[in-house]
Design a binder for this molecule. Structure first.
Ligand SMILES: NC(=O)c1ccc[n+]([C@@H]2O[C@H](COP(=O)([O-])OP(=O)(O)OC[C@H]3O[C@@H](n4cnc5c(N)ncnc54)[C@H](OP(=O)(O)O)[C@@H]3O)[C@@H](O)[C@H]2O)c1
Length: 242
């Protein structure tokens, strides 16, 4: 499989290092100078890990070239509906995930199950906390937002998430689900869900030990997407059969 790495930073390089041993060829590496649809002529599938500002245009260039695209960049999801419409119009293939790690996708399933049990236990409040490295551009993380949205879907007593930096006060509106963020040197990504009342607390925690999990999942997603004959918008649930 010939892979274009759209964004050749920490994630692009991690995917490159996993590609050679399984005989995938890197057909293109793109940094901030960008690329055109023509540059994708020797590519089977694109993997997009760039920046929040660049991601949507990069996805559109892949649609224009007729190349399936796996999107890992976060913080562009306010434009998700228009990107999905563009994908349908172009008869394109796209797979998005705010987190490609198989562990996080299992963590999300466990979170949905726990939140389902907690829907009747209204004395427990719930919050999400995330920690990432200092270079991360967006806060809260895309993974924290996805986690919060999955919890909100299960909990009648929550209607939206709100974000605060560590040290600032959380919202005291009971309908809000608080997300807190901290930035620390060298942390690839840690997410904690806490349900707490006056008596006890239950925590569900995912800790990424390095970037290998994200890169492995993104490569698996690219292999899977390349094999799909139907155009459409896919997620890791489709890849992992969850
Ligand atoms: N979904 C997941 O599982 C997952 C996991 C980890 C990270 N992420 C997300 O993935 C994104 C990238 O993370 P990272 O850690 O690899 O960041 P990074 O190390 O900062 O790399 C970003 C790369 O994007 C490139 N870039 C800038 N403008 C571009 C453009 N117009 N077109 C193409 N590439 C461009 C940069 O190029 P230059 O080198 O030329 O500046 C750099 O190589 C972030 O949004 C992050 O939150 C997602």
């Amino acid at each position: 499989m010939r892979i274009a790495l759209i964004g050749y930073g920490k994630m692009g390089k991690a995917i490159e290092s996993l590609s050679a041993p399984v005989h995938h060829e890197i057909s293109l590496k793109v940094g901030r100078s960008g690329f055109t649809a023509k540059d994708l002529q020797q590519t089977d599938v694109a993997i997009e890990f760039s920046t929040p500002d660049a991601a949507v245009n990069n996805i559109y260039t892949c649609f224009e070239a007729g190349i399936p695209v796996v999107v890992g960049t976060t913080a562009w999801y306010h434009q998700y509906d228009e990107v999905v419409a563009a994908c349908k119009k172009a008869n394109g293939k796209m797979l998005t995930a705010t987190n490609f790690s198989i562990g996080v996708n299992l963590f999300w399933k466990a979170a949905e199950y726990l939140a389902g049990l907690m829907n009747e236990r209204t004395d427990y409040d719930v919050s999400v906390h995330e920690v990432h490295h200092l270079q991360k551009l967006d806060a809260p993380s895309g993974t924290a937002i996805t986690t919060a949205n999955k919890l909100i879907e299960q909990l009648n007593r929550k209607n939206r998430w709100v974000h605060h930096e560590i040290g600032n006060s959380p919202s005291d509106d009971p309908f809000h689900l608080n997300i807190s963020s901290a930035r620390e040197e060298g942390v690839p990504g840690t997410h904690i869900i806490e349900f707490a009342n006056d008596i006890d607390s239950i925590e569900l925690k995912h800790t990424a030990k390095n970037r290998k999990g994200f890169a492995t999942g993104a490569l698996k997603a690219a292999e899977w997407l390349y094999q799909q004959s139907e155009p459409g918008v896919y997620t890791m649930d489709d890849v992992l059969n969850l």
